[in-house]
Design a protein. Structure first.
Length: 387
């Protein structure tokens, strides 16, 4: 299911469409208000009773929706919660006393609201209190059991079920916040690691360059020969520092095969595709015989293959396989990405596969594709003595 199109549990709606969808999900349970609504429509009340009933029902429903809609995403202040619950309770009692037993169903919504907005212990007492008050008011009718009986279970079950939903929402919000915190901490740790590495790489070199520059400045113009030697040393040290920085940046950017396997599982799961991906590089594949460039191009191939599956295939299942093959040209490490999506028409490769083929050619590897049924991407790179 596409997560961008659904209002997640505990997620604040980001636009009008999401808010309308959430309100529709909450408002669908108002169907149980058909009893008082029918009482208003069948003409049994006087004009004053009609006005009182419509006004009270409108205010009650509005407060109920606002409480459940807002409090499931952002907690309201305790003062607002308690005040609103008191108003809902007063409306339920008042409408029952003035307009009769059809309005007993309002206590079901009072109980549900207690479960939605109050802490667990207070919610328990609120649900039990609303249910008990409903039963007491039902005693005024000729058939109290027939009136309160069908409402007893919805009041208790709806109220206590709402406490569980509320706890689930709170837990989901906390997990989302914790996940964001962990991601931020990981990013901060990576920045610190990069800062330490750059300091270790450049600190000594820059200090040496500064020292030799000052020394060369003092030697000029009286000692041009030694000053030239110092300048030559400065050039050598700066070139070495530049090489070290480039190697460090390349190491940061170079993908690894185990990392891409983990990323493939995550990407396929997020897209709702059943994934059959090895947890790690199989020991028999001889991945230790790959140099860094060959492992990087194999990792790029896996990333490109998974990206195509997620974006373009419409597949329901994807299999990733790694195996060592003995060929006439020597041993090869073979990566296969196979999906059951729409058959791809044969033709020239897109930019992604074209760039991948060029990378593989530089590493001595090959790229094969096969369409129907589904799509299969096969990549081979030399390992061991063939590398």
């Amino acid at each position: 299911m596409n997560q961008e199109r659904v209002v997640g549990i505990g997620k604040v709606p980001e636009n009008t469409r999401e808010a309308a969808r959430k309100m529709l999900w909450i408002g669908i349970w108002l169907i149980f208000l058909s009893t008082p609504l029918n009482a208003l429509l069948d003409g049994r009340y006087s004009p004053a009773g009609q006005a009182l009933g419509w006004t009270g029902l409108t205010v009650f429903v509005g407060l109920y929706l606002v409480m459940v809609f807002r409090n499931t995403s952002r907690s309201l202040s305790p003062r607002v919660i308690h005040t609103t619950l008191v108003v809902l309770g007063v409306l339920a009692v008042g409408l029952n006393l003035t307009l009769g037993s059809p309005w007993l169903v309002l206590f079901v919504y009072v109980a549900v609201n207690c479960g939605a907005v109050l802490p667990l212990r207070r919610a328990t007492w609120g649900i039990l209190g609303a249910t008990a008050l409903m039963c007491l008011l039902a005693l005024r009718a000729d058939d109290p059991v027939g009136l309160a009986g069908p409402l007893l279970i919805p009041a208790l079950l709806g109220g206590f079920a709402m406490t569980g939903v509320r706890q689930l929402i709170r837990t989901t919000v906390e997990l989302r916040e914790a996940r964001a915190t962990v991601a931020q901490l990981a990013a901060n740790e990576e920045r610190l690691r990069m800062a330490r590495d750059l300091h270790d790489l450049l600190g000594h070199s820059l200090s040496l360059i500064t020292l030799k520059s000052e020394l060369a400045g003092r030697m000029l113009p009286d000692q041009p020969g030694p000053a030239a030697a110092q300048v030559a040393d400065i050039e050598r040290v700066s070139r070495q520092a530049l090489t070290d920085v480039r190697e460090a940046v390349t190491g940061y950017r170079r993908p690894t095969l185990p990392g891409e396997l983990a990323g493939a599982r995550t990407a396929l799961a997020a897209a709702g595709i059943v994934a059959d991906v090895p947890a790690e590089v199989p020991e028999g594949c001889g991945a230790g015989g790959l140099d860094e460039d060959q492992e990087a191009v194999l990792a790029w191939a896996l990333r490109e293959g998974i990206t195509n599956v997620v974006r373009h295939s419409g597949a329901r299942h994807c299999t990733v396989a790694l195996a060592s093959r003995q060929t006439l040209d020597g041993r090869r490490l073979e990566l296969v990405v196979r999906d059951d999506g729409r058959n791809a028409a044969p033709g020239p490769h897109g930019n992604g596969l074209t760039g991948l083929a060029e990378r593989l050619a530089k590493a001595g590897g090959t790229l094969d594709t096969q369409a129907g049924p589904g799509f299969t991407l096969t990549v081979r790179v030399p390992i061991g003595s063939g590398a």
